[in-house]
Unconditional design. Sequence first.
Length: 540
Amino acid sequence: MNDLVNLNSNLKEALLEAFNQYKNKIAIKTSNEDISYNELYKRSISIADFISTNKYKKVAILGYRSVNVYAVILAAIFANQTYVPLNPRFPVKRTIEMILDSDVDAIIVCKECAAYLKKLLKEAKIDKELIIEDSDKFNEQDFSKERSYNITRLSFTASNKTEIGESSKIDFDENKPIYVIYTSGTTGKAKGVIVSYFHFFSYIEKILNYYNFNENDVFSQMSEITFDLSLQDLCSSILSGGTLIPIPKEYLFCPAPIISKFKITVFHAVPYVISMLKKMEMLEPELMNSIRISIFVGEPLWYEQVRDWIKSCPNSIVYNTYGPTETTVIIMRYKVYDPKIMTIDALKELEGVVPLGTTFPRAKAGIFNDYNVELAKNEIGQIYLAGDQVGLGYLNSKEKTNEAFLNLDGTLWYKTGDNGYVDDNGNFIFKGRRDDQVKINGFRVDLLEIDEKLRLASKRRAMSIPLRNELNQITNLVAAVEGDEDNKIKDDIVSTLKNYLPFYMQVHDIVFIKEFPVNYNGKLDRKALTKQVVDCTYGK
């Protein structure tokens, strides 16, 4: 447990205490600069005062994973206002939709995004105040040739003033939204998920106690600011007195050299990173032995991946975690490997997907059927989540909020859209998205069950892809396998599926894809993969 920072207050007070406690330590290390806790605090509080003075209630933040982006995020927290993260790697039209839907008062833009901002303003009239980092990368004339904008240059360097700023005078309201993060919607339009300061601080307090981070820890930072994990990494590091290492873009899927260079001890990523490192032959024995805690989230973690991972970081405890954005970052965890009490041999016979585990304190989960009746152990249904991490719903969408959030006997549940069951040990087991349960010729088929056998046979990342006709009916299944074509793997897949699965779950074709596509958060992009499979299948 972290005893140095008081977690009985609120997020702002806890952060202020940490900044004071560790002021002479390095808070963030990047390829360009090292910044101390004291310097980061002064930058953040200066920007916070600007936000408070201008009475902004909601600010969008456009930037990459840089020191100044983190300073702006912290500034929004110190000002007790809401931030909306924008990703310069997103298509311009998507970003415009997010800006208009969130109705922010201002957009704070870091200098690395000058070119992107120019594209943004060329595409549409954005009637918002633009706060741009004071830098020669910004030329106001570029942004005002066709339209006039309210542009303010703001220095992101530390303030030297000593008097109490505007942000220090406010009464902190933990019921305010801390952020609005946009996630993909089933209709094609992104949904703005609202999470309050109370929800986020409840979560942070739990993980600081659970993982037992300390001031000697060096944290990886893999996630873009549009992924809620980014705020977890930032706040976990600061509240523990640790050092944050934003992984450079070119190393996001091959972070081993950065892990070794900076002696990272807490590594947080999507499981796809393991697959990429294995493919690049970078999972060398004990290469990443500085890691003591590995936390994986965002997509299913497979036992095969865990075995590959711990060969390279044998000193690490490995956790599989689970949590929709709607329930504040992560709500379940499962310790799959602990070198102090287990050996690698203990994992040899385990196959398939690692359990999701159980919920953190003050949260709960259940398996429900389509009639909102809770099911018994080992019965498959939809995973519902409840407790003090369940967020405030979707911005500007009462209909979607009412569809996804349900009050049962006084308890507010979030319907995840994920299938699962509770095993005999009380652990929740993921059984795919409800969208992944399809009907083929009248038979109900669980795609995840096929995926498990594909991985078992191929020893590679593999996935079953249903192909549909013009009537949206599934005509056949295709196995997509990552990597170069291999006839032996084809034969092994055919043999394994015949031995384990009924006739209606057999694949009609096997396609090899050099590299599976991923989205901006590093998760598998199933839609893009399906398109590649369709092109390969019908292009033959």
